[in-house]
Ligand binder design. Structure first.
Ligand SMILES: [Zn+2]
Ligand SMILES: [Zn+2]
Length: 267
């Protein structure tokens, strides 16, 4: 029998077609919405003439100030590289760090408008903005990580209580949208929260790695042996949360873990 690829094996095992279903639903939603409400920029509200369904809904001005995918970023941790620093092999921020993921990409730095975008994405009313950022992130993943033979996508889990209180789960919506762009299966239940960690934002950078240790686990019944897994989240600051997710995935048999976030913070 010919060998079966990991992603196909996963789809066969679990029927993971969330990405394709999601893409169909999003397109239908856009088509219906465009009839009732003409498309507008999801950040500043200006009308967007001639916007096709399934396209990112940012006006040219907002796109140029928010998305900086072409900035010179560290290939390992996605931080902006200092001037004169060579490409590849890390940067001053990550040289001394031991991350469990191999590579990270981000749409931009957590500053000015991008900071506003991340804060808005934490509110349910801004899910269309989250979806648009997911479309840009999907394109970035295709461009930067397309040659890595990724097998599946997982969102960083959010504790059920936090999810209930907030009413939106940006990492999952981003992961599903990245899945619809890249046509990779999205496993929303693969990683789970075992306990509620203290909010990372309230802790010093050195405490964040300790705080997230043991927070996540891989659900039983998933075989991710030799899989290349892409972890998706809205923001990465110290990298502690993404690194812990990567550690758990690799402990469960994943070959490698990669990270895609909207914003890279802490710089
Ligand atoms: Zn705009
Ligand atoms: Zn770096």
């Amino acid at each position: 029998m010919p060998p079966v690829s990991v992603s196909r094996r996963l789809v066969q095992q679990y029927g993971v077609v969330a990405a394709q279903v999601h893409a169909g639903l999003v397109n239908a939603w856009h088509a219906a919405g465009n009839l009732l409400f003409p498309p507008a920029c999801v950040y500043c509200g200006v009308g967007l003439a001639g916007s096709a369904s399934g396209q990112p809904l940012l006006c040219a001005r907002c796109a140029s100030t928010i998305v900086h995918a072409d900035r010179r970023a560290c290939r390992r941790c996605a931080s902006t590289l200092p001037a004169y620093w060579p490409d590849g092999g890390g940067c001053p921020r990550c040289q001394a760090r031991c991350y469990h993921f191999a590579q990270a990409v981000a749409l931009g730095s957590y500053r000015t408008e991008m900071q506003q975008v991340v804060l808005r994405m934490k509110r349910p009313a801004f899910e269309p903005l989250t979806h648009t950022m997911g479309l840009y992130l999907g394109e970035l993943v295709r461009e930067r990580l397309g040659g890595l033979e990724l097998d599946l996508i997982v969102p960083i889990p959010m504790h059920w209580w936090r999810r209930l209180r907030r009413g939106t789960y940006p990492a999952q919506l981003l992961a599903l949208t990245v899945g619809s762009v890249t046509r990779l299966p999205v496993c929303t239940q693969l990683l789970r929260c075992r306990r509620k960690a203290k909010k990372q934002g309230t802790l010093r950078p050195s405490e964040r790695f300790r705080n997230v240790r043991g927070t996540f686990c891989v659900s039983s019944g998933y075989d991710i042996t030799d899989a290349n897994v892409l972890i998706v989240d809205d923001i990465m600051t110290t990298g502690a949360t993404a690194s812990e997710a990567a550690r758990v995935l690799r402990q469960a048999g994943a070959r490698a873990a990669y990270v895609a976030v909207v914003a890279r913070g802490g710089q």
